[in-house]
Design a protein around this ligand. Structure first.
Ligand SMILES: Cc1ncc(COP(=O)(O)O)c(C=O)c1O
Length: 447
């Protein structure tokens, strides 16, 4: 690592994120940031020394490689929009923009991030519940590809935004899925589509549905695509609009455990290809496109979370290591019970990096919060931790930083570092609790 880069801030320019390392002109083969005990070939201890902890690290070469392989596996009539909610870091979005992906955004902040990271408005779809009037208006004004309406009531709101913007808004109709609160029943979606067909300010173009989450089975994803197409075709015909786009959401899974088989991209591509071939046999559907919105699949394995062991103690026959970042920075273990793969990096000599010589003991890894929920791992055979060791949580490039609760207990938040071509750069400053204090005022109603 080069010392000067440690102080650099701001996201890397397109040229440094766009050029993945690896064979010249080729796609890097790496599938994940953690390789041979290193993070994108850099020593985690060196990263921790340079940037401090807690820290999120993203490998932009891995990210670019994953995007390129997904793109290559899917038929040409499938578009890919990165679900920004998975990781809204500008460095991540810009890398995916350079790989030719669009974006799926669900808030004004995400729309802003996508545009700042060079995603073209015509490659952005707006999805999700509770869209603000400001988001609708700015989305229509900027010529966004489509807005997925979540309810019949959203149609007149988008229409008002379209009138105010002086632009025609393109609409998708989100179909509700069992057990979810998003979208609407097919009959309501039809009513919403008919409203839109009747408006001079709206152009219905398709249907949106997201049913399968974290799927490692390509067949389950393909069945969802088929079901969505089967629901979209009669809806578009009954409402009387040409079906240009079927947005099937995200849900492409990643293995979180050692030995779990990854999603078979070739089967996914072939299965969606079959759905498209069948569509092409019908004259009015030969141009219909499919959109996928993966988040986790792209950024998850490309990122890792690093925290330092602050304290160790023994409790109830277990070793407890207290880290400088816990569920305030990585909430998924408490929120959804996710068991991220965890690695200990020794603080001692280079032989100690994978601490081979250490005894394997039962360990609980906690963060610095005053809640017993703050456990990021409970392992029965983990190398015995010591103060100043590092713990690396893998597959945290999606729903890590963005899904955390950084202000609980007002500890410093994690910084974010991007690595490309063997170089590391700070892409987000450490969140400073002093700024949260500075943004407040104590009321004095007596003056
Ligand atoms: C509408 C929509 N699209 C895409 C995604 C991304 O899902 P994943 O990260 O599982 O691919 C989500 C996740 O919540 C979503 O709500």
């Amino acid at each position: 690592m080069r010392g000067g880069e440690a102080a650099a801030t701001g996201h890397p320019p397109a040229s440094s994120t766009a050029a993945p390392a690896g064979p010249p002109g080729g796609t890097p083969a790496y599938d994940a940031i953690w390789r041979d005990g290193l993070l994108a070939d850099l020593d985690p201890r060196e990263l921790a020394r340079t940037f401090g902890t807690p820290l999120y690290v993203y490998d932009l070469d891995t990210l670019a490689g994953r995007a390129a392989r997904l793109r290559a596996a899917l038929p040409d009539r499938v578009d890919v929009a990165y679900a920004v909610k998975a990781n809204p870091s500008l460095a991540v979005i810009a890398t995916l923009a350079s790989a030719g992906l669009g974006a799926d955004v669900s808030s004004e902040g995400e729309r802003e991030a996508a545009l700042r990271a060079w995603i073209m408005p015509r490659a952005i779809v707006v999805t999700g519940p509770g869209k603000s009037d400001r988001l609708l208006r700015r989305a229509v004004e900027s010529g966004i590809r489509a807005i997925a309406v979540d309810s019949p009531g959203e149609v007149p709101r988008v229409e008002a935004a379209a009138v105010a913007a002086g632009e025609r808004a393109r609409l998708l109709f989100r179909l509700a899925q069992p057990g979810q609160t998003f979208g609407m029943p097919w009959e309501d979606a039809l009513a919403a589509a008919r409203l839109a067909v009747a408006s001079d300010h709206l152009r219905p173009i398709g249907v949106h549905a997201f049913a399968v989450s974290s799927a490692l089975d390509a067949g389950a994803l393909v069945r969802h695509v088929q079901r969505t197409v089967d629901a979209a075709v009669p809806l578009a015909r009954a409402a009387g609009f040409p079906l240009a786009l079927v947005d099937v959401g995200g849900g492409l899974g990643i293995p979180y455990r050692d030995g779990e088989a990854p999603l078979d991209l070739a089967s996914l591509g072939a299965g969606i290809g079959d759905v498209l071939t069948e569509l092409s046999s019908r004259l009015d559907l030969s141009e219909t496109r499919i959109l996928v919105e993966p988040g986790r699949y792209l950024s998850g394995p490309s990122g890792a979370f690093l925290a330092r062991v602050v304290d160790v103690k023994r409790l109830d026959g277990r070793h407890v290591a207290v880290l400088d970042g816990g569920i305030n920075h990585l909430l998924a273990p408490a929120l959804v019970g996710r068991r991220h793969r965890l690695r200990l990096v020794g603080s001692g000599s280079s032989q100690d990096r994978p601490p081979d010589g250490r005894q394997l003991v039962p360990v609980t890894l906690t963060g610095p919060l005053c809640t017993s929920l703050d456990v990021i791992g409970r392992l029965e055979a983990f190398p015995e931790p010591r103060p100043d060791d590092l713990v690396v949580a893998l597959d945290t490039g999606a729903y890590g930083f963005t899904q955390s609760m950084p202000w609980f207990l007002s500890h410093p938040g994690p910084a974010e570092v991007a690595i490309a071509g063997g170089r590391a750069m700070l892409v987000r400053d450490r969140l400073d609790p002093a700024e949260v204090v500075a943004a407040q005022r104590i009321p004095r109603f007596d003056v």
